[in-house]
Design a protein around this ligand. Structure first.
Ligand SMILES: [Zn+2]
Ligand SMILES: [Zn+2]
Length: 295
């Protein structure tokens, strides 16, 4: 067993709140009173050495010693985020993390910094916490930095060297000679949840629509069809345009929009989606025909 206690005290002395995970790499189970405690229980103030996962993390040397003694075969862990001033980019090559990391490096999002080689052959890249909250991406599919790359920040933790990986038995190791760098602003932005998409806009204005045939908000319906076209992924644009043409054709049939306005709006949207005029005409003709209209 590596000397977890000496390492834990070193981390604590530099201001990093540490705690122990169970051997499984998961937080130690709460004691019965903490398990039964209601939502008003103050996890930060709780005196238990190993309850509430990272809430038990501390920089107090006596408590650190007691925590390590309480879970001697577990893994030493760091509470990430503002408390430690550390944001960790967790790269897992088993899930495509190496490719994602190389893309992120190419975009300038991951400048050289202090890092750990994990016991399972991944990497933990350590950056300075920017001050404003940075959420964790862990456990939220599609919210990481890409396949196999997660962010551990406020509300998270990482296993620290010299812990042994429970499956491989290999230690987590610091790569020597590296200094923890600032997070590039673009990386901070990337770590924050994406703001909601702006409301759909109609590329072709003005187009006059009118409520008719059971269509109460024809302008919104038209905007939604056109928005689908202008935001369609490459490779799906032609079929999306065809689908939009069918939808707009139904609006024409319901007399909610004129045929000429419908074709003009679809043409503008198709051009915005980088379709050729020939393909646009074909999609509109096909879509209109499918709905029983001439185009
Ligand atoms: Zn407890
Ligand atoms: Zn408690």
């Amino acid at each position: 067993m590596p000397d977890l206690l000496a390492a834990a005290l070193d981390y604590a002395a530099r201001g990093w709140p540490v705690f122990m995970l169970a051997r499984s790499k998961r937080p130690v189970a709460n004691c019965p009173p903490c398990t039964d405690a209601g939502p008003d229980h103050d996890r930060d103030a709780c005196d238990c050495l190993t309850c509430h996962g990272f809430y038990a993390a501390t920089t107090d040397p006596d408590r650190v010693a007691a925590i390590v003694a309480a879970v001697p075969t577990g893994q030493l862990a760091l509470r990430t985020g503002a408390r430690s001033g550390a944001v960790v980019v967790d790269v897992d090559p088993a899930h495509g993390g190496r490719d994602t990391m190389n893309v992120l490096i190419g975009r300038g999002l991951l400048p050289p910094t202090a890092y750990v080689v994990t016991g399972s052959g991944g990497w933990h890249l350590y950056y300075r916490h920017p001050g404003d909250p940075v959420p964790c991406s862990q456990g939220k599919p599609g919210q990481g930095l890409g396949p196999g790359v997660d962010v551990k920040a406020d509300g998270g933790y990482v296993v620290l060297p010299p812990s042994l990986h429970p499956r491989t038995g290999r230690p987590y190791r610091w790569t020597p000679g590296r200094v923890m760098e600032e997070m590039p602003p673009a990386l901070v932005t990337e770590c924050r949840p994406t703001p909601p998409a702006p409301p759909p806009t109609t590329p072709h204005t003005p187009t006059s629509t009118r409520a008719a045939g059971g269509i109460s908000f024809p302008d919104r319906l038209l905007a939604a069809h056109l928005h689908a076209v202008t935001t369609a992924a490459e490779g799906t644009r032609r079929t999306t345009l065809y689908g939009a043409a069918r939808g707009v054709a139904r609006m024409v049939a319901a007399d909610a929009i004129s045929r000429d306005d419908a074709i003009a709006a679809l043409t503008t949207a198709g051009r915005a989606a980088e379709q050729t005029d020939r393909d646009i005409r074909a999609a509109i003709r096909g879509g209109f025909h499918a709905e029983g209209l001439a185009a």
